[in-house]
Design a protein around this ligand. Structure first.
Ligand code: ASP
Length: 307
C-alpha cells in the first residue's frame, strides 16, 4: 500500500486493504505511543493545520498525532491572519505551500474546496472537513472504533441518525462502510434532514440501506447507533433550526424500549440530541471514539509522509 504523498480528499478513495492496514497501524502506534510518549518517525517533518472553520477534535488530534510521531506542527491562525485584510483562502494556501510543509490539514466551509485546491498545492492535502460534503478522517476513526469494538466490520447494521443532509460525517461514514461486505445502514431522520441522494447513489449496490423517520422503528436491529447534531450553522434558514430543534433525541427513556442497546457513537460536539444520562452506559463509545481519532490520524500521517 502506498499513500505516500497522496491527497486525502474523500472516504471513497480508500481501498478496503488500505483501511484495514491503517487500523492495524493505528493499533501498533497506540502501543508504541503508550510506551514511549513521543516517537521519531516524523522527525524533521512539518505539518500545517489550516482550519478556516472552527474545530476542536480534528485539529487537536492531528496536532497531537504529529507531535507523537516526533514531527513539528505549525497552526495557521485564521483570526489573526491577512484573511482579515481580504486575502483569499487560495492565496493563503499558496503562501503556506511556498514554505514547503510536508503535509497540510485543511478545513474549509466550501464543499469540494480541497479537491479544487489540491492540484495547485505541492504538499499533500488532507481534507479535515469541507462544508457539508465530507470528513474522510472522521470516517476513518468512526469505522476504526467499530472495528475495535466488534473485531470486524462485515455484516454489521448501523443506524445513522440526525442531520444527514447538512452533516458531512454521515456521507463519509457511508462511503467508508461501503468498502466492507454485507453492511446494512438505516438512515434515521425526519424528512427535511434525510440523507442526500448524491450520497446513496455512490453506495448503491454496495450497501443495503433504508430511510426511516423514527429510531423506535429500527433500534432492535442495530449493532451501532451513530447520532449526529443538527448542523445549525449550515441550515439555509435560521427559522429551520427553531422548527427542528429537539425533533430527535437519544436518552435513557428511548433506549429503555430497546431489547438490546446498540453501541452508541457520536462525532461530537453534541447539543440536545444525545442526553448526558447516556454517558454512563457501557455501550456509550463517543469519548473513546474521539480518542481513537488521534491514533488513526497518526497512522494516516505516517503513511502520507512515507516515514
Ligand atoms: N465535528 C464533526 C464535523 O466537523 C461533527 C459536527 O460538527 O457535527 O463535521
Amino acid at each position: 500500500m502506498s499513500l505516500k504523498g497522496k491527497d486525502i480528499i474523500s472516504a471513497l478513495q480508500f481501498t478496503r486493504e488500505e483501511v484495514e492496514y491503517l487500523f492495524r497501524l493505528a493499533e501498533k502506534l497506540r502501543k508504541e505511543i503508550d510506551e514511549k510518549g513521543i516517537l521519531d518517525y516524523a522527525k524533521g517533518k512539518i505539518m500545517v493545520t489550516a482550519f478556516f472553520e472552527p474545530s476542536t477534535r480534528t485539529k487537536l488530534s492531528f496536532q497531537f498525532a504529529m507531535k507523537r510521531l516526533g514531527g513539528e506542527v505549525i497552526d495557521f491562525e485564521v483570526t489573526t491572519s491577512s484573511l482579515a485584510k481580504g486575502e483569499t483562502d487560495i492565496d493563503t494556501l499558496r503562501i503556506i505551500d511556498g514554505y514547503n510543509p510536508d503535509v497540510i490539514v485543511l478545513r474549509q466551509k466550501k464543499p469540494h474546496f480541497p479537491e479544487q485546491i489540491a492540484p495547485m498545492i505541492k504538499a499533500p492535502i488532507i481534507n479535515g472537513g469541507d462544508g457539508w460534503n465530507e470528513h474522510p478522517t472522521q470516517a476513518l476513526l468512526d469505522v476504526y472504533t467499530i472495528w475495535r469494538e466488534f473485531g470486524y466490520v462485515d455484516g454489521l447494521t448501523i443506524g445513522i441518525m440526525g442531520d444527514l443532509k447538512y452533516g458531512r460525517t454521515p456521507s463519509s461514514l457511508s462511503y467508508l462502510l461501503s468498502k466492507f461486505k454485507d453492511i446494512t445502514i438505516y438512515y434515521i431522520a425526519p424528512q427535511p434532514l434525510q440523507i442526500r441522494d448524491e450520497v446513496v447513489e455512490k453506495i448503491e449496490g454496495k450497501v443495503t440501506y433504508y430511510k426511516v423517520e423514527k429510531l423506535e422503528e429500527v433500534i432492535d436491529k442495530l449493532d451501532v447507533l451513530y447520532v449526529t447534531r443538527l448542523q445549525k450553522e449550515r441550515l439555509p434558514d435560521p427559522s429551520m433550526y427553531e422548527k427542528l430543534k429537539g425533533i430527535y433525541k437519544v436518552d435513557l427513556q428511548v433506549l429503555a424500549k430497546a431489547k438490546k442497546i446498540p453501541v452508541i457513537m457520536h462525532p461530537l460536539p453534541r447539543t440536545w440530541e444525545l442526553d448526558v444520562s447516556v454517558d454512563n452506559l457501557r455501550q456509550a463509545r463517543y469519548f473513546e471514539q474521539a480518542q481513537n481519532g488521534m491514533y488513526i490520524r497518526a497512522a494516516l500521517l505516517k503513511e502520507v509522509l512515507g516515514v
